[in-house]
Each structure stands twice: as C-alpha cells, then as structure tokens.
Design a protein around this ligand. Structure first.
Ligand SMILES: Cc1cc2nc3c(=O)[nH]c(=O)nc-3n(C[C@H](O)[C@H](O)[C@H](O)COP(=O)(O)OP(=O)(O)OC[C@H]3O[C@@H](n4cnc5c(N)ncnc54)[C@H](O)[C@@H]3O)c2cc1C
Length: 512
C-alpha cells in the first residue's frame, strides 16, 4: 500500500514521528509539500516566511533524496493536489502531523478530512510532541509533555521506496502572489542552520541568556534564535529539549555559570507547548477576545494614522520605533520588546489587537500562530487571566538600551540628540529642528495615554460577572503547578518569580 507523507510545519527527516510511521507501513512513499496560494493570501502571511520555508524545502529535498525519495513539491489547493496524486498512483494512505495552525489551516484540514473520508483514503495524523488534540483538562498536561520529550529521538529511516513522481520546482514568493517583503537580515532556513544555532547556543552564546535576553542588542546573540526553526520544524521540540538536558548534566557542578540560563531556556521551551496548546484547545483565540468583556473595548476600525505610524516605526517614540524598524529588517525581536510593541499599540495607541497582530505575524520570520495569538492577547490584556502590564517605552529604553546604541542604530535621525534626551527627544532644546522635520513628533503623550487606558480597562474589570468568566478561563487554560511547564507564564523576566498559590485574575501594573 503506497502512502503520501504530507509535510507541513515539520520540515526535517530526523525525529519525525509521521515519517517513521509512514516508513513502518512498508509500502512506497511519496513525500509531498503543497504550496497553497490561498494560505499565502491570508493576512498573516508574508514573503519572508516563504523565503525561509523555500530554503528549508531545498534542504529537505536533498535530505530525502539521500533516503531515495526526493521531496515532491506542488502548488495549488491541497484537496486538488491530493486527489490528482491518489488518482494517478495506487495510494490509499495519507500521513501527516497534527497541525496547530491558523483558522485557514483548520478549515483546510476539515476539507481534506472530508475528501479523504469520501474517497476511502485513510488519513493518519500523528500528534505533535507537546500539543495534545482533544485534551479534556490541563491537569497532568505538563507530565504528559515530559514523558513524550524524554522518549528516544527517532532516527531517520535508512531508506525509502519512492512512488515515481516528478519532484517539481519549488515556487518563488511571486508565484504564490506574495508582495515584495525585503528583510535583509532574515535568518536562513534549513536543518544545518538549526543544528548550528542549537550547538552554538548551548556551548557558547547561551551562557549569558538569562541576564541578556531582555535587551534587544545583547539578546540577539544571547538568545537561541531557534524560533523560526521550531516554527517550521527543521528542529523538533524533543531534540531541543534533550540537547538542553544533556548540556545541563554536562555543566552541573561546574562554576561556568550556565545553570540558570539553561533552566530559563528549558522554561521557554515549555512555554511554547503551553501556548500552542491554548490555540489547539480554542482556535477562536485568533479572532475573539479570550474574555468576552473586552470585546468592543477598543474601536473595531483602528485609527489609521496611529496604526501606520506604529507599523512603520514612525511613532516619534524612539525606542518603539527602533524596535519596529529592527524587527522589519531582521524578522526577529526579543520577547520583552515584542511585548512592549504590543502593549504600546494596545494601550497607548488604543488599537485593537486584531488590527496589529497580523502586521507582527507578517514581520516575524518565526510566526507561530499557537504562540502568537495567545501572546498578542496577553500583552493586550484581553485574556482576563494575566497580569495587565502597560510598558512605559521611555523606561524600557533607559533600562534595555541605556547607552542608546540600539536606538541610534535604527533611528539615525536622532544622531545629534544628546544621550540624556535620546529616549525623550521632545525634552531636548534642539527639538525644534528635529521633530516634525526629520523625525516625527510623538504620536501621543505617553503618561496621559497610559492613564486613559488604565481607566478604561479598570472600568471593564469591575463586577462579579467579569470575575466569574475570568475564573472559568483560568480553570480551562491556566498553567498548572505540576511540573516544569506549569510555572510562571505571566511575563518574561530575568529572574524567576516566587510561586503563587493561585493564578491572579485582577492585576494591573503600570511600568512607570
Ligand atoms: C506579542 C508576542 C508575539 C510572539 N509571537 C511569536 C511567534 O509568532 N513565534 C514564536 O516563535 N514566538 C513568538 N513569541 C515568543 C518569543 O518572543 C519568541 O519565541 C522569542 O523571542 C524567539 O527568540 P528565540 O528563539 O531566540 O527564543 P529563546 O528565548 O531562545 O527561547 C527558545 C524557544 O522557546 C520558545 N519561546 C520563547 N519565549 C516564548 C514565549 N514567551 N512564549 C512561548 N514560547 C516561547 C520559542 O520557541 C523559542 O524559540 C511572541 C512573543 C510576544 C510577546
């Protein structure tokens, strides 16, 4: 019996449960990737994602060729492509991983399932390592995750018997209708890059991770930079987790200063599964506020001037603009600054997260719906269960870029502004020759905008009905204290926070 192995967000051959399953079936295999123009027409898609994926596909094609079955790439609708291939070959089985993707991919998978059912094709979807489909309760989730991640890494099969089929070209971004999306410093795709980043992080770059992760300049080196590889699957979560565990054992008892950083790294790997599980459990988190009280709080139609200023890094708040410009050019930003960009848009600019989230999705090379949408909601304060944190972008600028090197690099218009005024150029005597001429006037008054946002949010949070719904959300989605993954999902801080007895539902903090 011949099988199509459908690659999605799992572009590797090592530690690949779906590939291992397909190989074990014993028949011929057709490894397939489908470039779907309708997926790439979605508002969260961008050419930088495709550029990264295309590099991964080249690499995957080579890797599969060494096993005897080069990757077949087709462009079109998934059902049409699958129907064509199964019609021309004696293929009765389709194998893939369980994808936790955006709403479009959920709908597409339902269509594929209906087609498979109607045509007698068996579609086996293999669970992702730390996301559980149809999970009844979060109790015990962390323990189940740990069990899966401790299992031995699956070797690539020694060889595959191919279904003969023309491999076909890997389409370009333009073939998929994607607009030009220059990202000169984008990370490169492919398995070799993933392994090199993992090795370099665990043996050299990561020593200072815990201390340096929150600063945008140092963080670019000290963070693992594995996110696009985990997002598109050139590395498995189990490989990353087991490499970190092995390294922890290696440095245990030494005075090399790695232990704290490795623990923080493991915690973030666990956060990944935790957040992806949220989207798996509640796909509507991509489109609806997790707590319904926040629906309609911000205008549905965003203020176009503010949105454009934020998207383009032209708000007149130097540290915000530097972060956005750096993100557009590199496709990456550290966690703290991602959170600040969302907080600034959602609170100071009072923009709905559904207007701002797609822009960030497009500029993050590592766009992962399961992390992205829960995080965007969390940093916009619409979950009803997390601390509401309104970051002050001037304070963040002083804290995270005290010497101003990052801000000056991305906002060269500010070259003449003295250090003491860099993060608040409007307080500088020479501001008249700068603001509104070569650099924008600040789009809002930071203190007044934060105060107004806090009052509006407080008004929503009053009342028993709000608290009842918040309690139900905590019960369904909050982390449990049952293991490594079940801790501290509130904010990304350099030091671990003390354990809490109960998740709090009524916090609001201003970062003044
Ligand atoms: C508003 C917002 C949107 C985000 N959107 C994405 C996204 O689309 N894709 C994405 O991969 N990350 C996203 N993150 C999480 C985080 O910022 C990135 O994972 C991280 O900055 C990537 O850099 P790194 O690989 O060097 O991470 P490291 O710090 O080295 O962490 C290792 C891995 O752990 C995971 N991870 C790290 N931080 C988090 C976190 N807070 N929550 C969940 N998983 C985490 C990632 O897979 C990451 O690659 C978002 C954060 C915010 C605040």
């Amino acid at each position: 019996m011949d099988t199509i192995l459908w690659f999605k967000r799992d572009l590797r051959i090592a530690d690949h449960p779906a590939l291992a399953h397909a190989a074990a079936l014993g028949g011929r295999i057709l490894p397939l990737y489908i470039a779907e123009p309708a997926l790439w027409a979605q508002p969260d898609a961008a050419a930088r994602h495709w550029a990264f994926i295309a590099e991964c596909l080249e690499d995957l094609r080579d890797a599969l060729a060494t096993l005897g079955a080069p990757l077949v790439v087709r462009r079109g609708d998934a059902v049409d492509i699958l129907a064509d291939l199964t019609g021309r070959h004696s293929i009765r089985t389709l194998v893939s991983h369980e994808e936790t993707g955006n709403a479009w991919t959920y709908a597409r998978d339902r269509r594929v399932a209906a087609w498979a059912g109607a045509t007698g094709i068996t579609w086996t979807q293999i669970p992702q390592m730390d996301v559980i489909r149809r999970l009844d309760t979060r109790d015990g989730w962390a323990r189940r995750r740990e069990q899966v991640l401790r299992r031995p890494i699956l070797p690539a099969p020694s060889g595959l018997d191919p279904v003969p089929e023309d491999p076909g070209p890997i389409p370009g971004a333009r073939d998929l209708g994607l607009a030009p999306d220059p990202c000169p410093d984008r990370q490169a795709g492919g398995r070799a890059m993933a392994l090199s980043l993992l090795g370099g992080f665990l043996t050299e770059r990561g020593r200072d991770y815990r201390r340096a992760m929150s600063t945008p300049l140092e963080g670019a080196m000290a963070c693992s930079r594995l996110s696009p590889h985990l997002a598109w699957g050139t590395l498995s979560m189990r490989e990353a987790q087991q490499a970190a565990t092995a390294r922890k054992a290696e440095v245990a008892g030494t005075r090399e200063g790695w232990t704290g950083s490795l623990k923080s790294f493991e915690a973030r790997l666990a956060w990944r599964g935790h957040f992806m599980q949220k989207l798996e459990d509640m796909p509507a988190i991509e489109t609806r506020c997790l707590h319904s009280a926040y629906e309609g709080l911000r205008p549905k139609t965003p203020d176009a001037t503010r949105l454009a200023a934020w998207e383009g890094g032209e708000t007149g708040i130097p540290f915000v603009d530097a972060c956005m410009r750096s993100l557009i050019a590199t496709g990456w930003l550290n966690f703290r600054m991602r959170a600040m960009l969302v907080s600034f848009a959602s609170y100071h600019l009072w923009l709905d997260w559904r207007a701002t989230g797609p822009h960030l999705a497009r500029v993050f090379t590592d766009y992962e719906p399961g992390i992205h949408w829960p995080q965007v909601q969390m940093q916009s304060g619409t979950t009803g269960m997390n601390t509401i944190r309104i970051y002050n972008p001037v304070k963040q600028g002083h804290d995270q870029d005290p010497a101003g090197a990052f801000t000056r690099a991305w906002c060269p218009e500010l070259a003449d502004v003295p250090d003491g005024h860099l993060h608040t150029p409007w307080t500088w005597d020479g501001a008249g020759s700068l603001l509104g001429r070569t650099y924008p006037e600040p789009v809002i008054d930071i203190a007044a905008a934060a105060r107004a946002a806090r009052e509006r949010v407080w008004a929503v949070r009053k009342g028993e009905a709000f608290r009842d719904e918040a309690r139900a959300i905590v019960k369904k989605h909050a982390s449990r204290k049952d293991g490594g993954a079940g801790r501290h999902f509130v904010n990304d801080r350099a030091k671990p926070k003390p354990r809490r007895k109960k998740p709090r539902t009524s916090q609001l903090s201003l970062d003044l």
